[in-house]
Design a protein around this ligand. Structure first.
Ligand code: CP3
Length: 321
């Protein structure tokens, strides 16, 4: 999940000097931000510092990270004409800086710490492109799926092609696993997922460099987990709204699971953090293939020492098992 970010004073210090996109586009600074949580927390993997929306900037939709508001797309793509105008993305020339960051990070990481690359899954990236920003109900997206299914399909294909090259580029630059974030897919019914998302997520995963583990994550997905598993991934990422044991049974034990502590737990006392973390490990039952993680990214209100306490608790508890 997101482990760099505004809860870390050293990240805020970097942000005081650089805009968010500027930070993403400066490989030396982005590599430094990637390494900050690894050094401070002792986590088992580094997460590349980038964003799922970098890949849409070359679509010329007017991407901006407005202060305090999150991402804004000034020219959302809401109809078949707008989709038809989209040009294929030249990944190397538009987001090659991410590959440079990955190379720098890999050179700096201790050998025991792998780099995890990532991208947004086509639905979640399309949701920003179509809605113009975050959304509650995804009405523009759903309208396009129902009214202009051909345009929706075309938009997904543009994103699948760009994202495949983007993730394979991260892998070539040294990422040892990749995570696909379908963060907002829980807005969909199982039928809409099956018809309008699953084929595209599956096509994307099918284009990725073989043998590199793929973590496939979403939130609000309890009804979608078996379908996400059908779409693909070696590991299914779980949010905190499901019990890990039931969710693992639902996706099948031939895939791994990642998760799933509620990030808000980290706002509470260490005793509660410990109890909840241990319960998740009990639910995983010592079965190989569980990656302990939060059920979503670290909240900006989180005291960094609580994240460090969690890492130590998980390391200590898993070494006892
Ligand atoms: O550990 C890391 O280095 C994390 C890197 C990372 C970022 N974005 C940096 C970021 C990752 C893995 C992402 C993915 C991402 N971006 C997702 C999927 C993961 C998820 O949380 O569901 C999504 C939906 C986005 C889109 C996005 N980017 C939003 C909605 C926002 C604003 C809201 C927020 O949480 O701040 C961003 C901005 C963003 N991306 C920040 C960071 C550190 C904060 C920006 C800032 O510094 O002002």
């Amino acid at each position: 999940m997101r482990q760099a970010g505004r809860y870390l004073p050293e990240y805020r210090a970097m942000r005081a000097r650089h805009g968010f996109l500027e930070l993403c586009k400066s490989p030396a600074a982005a590599a430094e931000v990637t390494l900050q949580p690894v050094e401070r927390l002792g986590v088992d993997a580094a997460i590349l510092f980038a964003d799922i929306l970098l890949i849409v900037e070359p679509l010329d939709v007017g991407l901006e990270f407005a202060t305090g508001e999150g991402p804004v797309i000034h020219r959302p793509v809401r109809d078949a004409e707008a989709v038809a105008r989209l040009k294929p993305v030249d990944v190397e020339s538009s987001v090659g800086f991410v590959f440079e960051t990955a190379r720098k990070v890999c050179r700096a990481l201790p050998p025991r710490v792998p780099l995890v690359g990532f991208a947004g899954a086509p639905f979640t990236v399309a949701s920003y492109v179509v809605e113009g920003g975050p959304s509650r109900d995804y009405l523009w997206v759903k309208r396009m799926m129902y009214e202009a299914p051909g345009a929706w399909r075309r938009l997904m294909e543009v994103l699948v092609d760009a994202t495949a090259v983007y993730l394979n580029g991260q892998i070539a630059a040294g990422a040892q696993a990749v995570q696909l974030f379908d963060s907002w897919v829980g807005a969909l019914s199982p039928d809409d997922y099956r018809e309008h998302v699953l084929p595209h997520s599956r096509a994307l995963i099918g284009k990725l460099t073989p043998e590199v583990p793929v973590i496939h994550f979403g939130t609000g997905t309890s009804a979608l987990l078996p379908l996400m598993r059908e779409a693909g991934g070696d590991v299914i990422g779980l949010d905190w709204r499901v019990d890990l044991d039931a969710a693992w049974a639902a996706v099948g034990y031939d895939v791994g699971v990642q998760g799933n502590l509620d990030p808000a737990t980290l706002l509470g006392p260490v005793g509660t953090i410990r109890a909840r973390a241990e319960r998740i490990l009990e639910r995983a039952g010592g079965r190989p293939g569980h990656i302990f993680n939060l059920g979503h990214g670290v909240l900006k209100e989180t005291p960094p020492e609580n994240v460090k306490a969690l890492v130590d608790i998980v390391h200590e508890a898993s070494s006892r098992r």
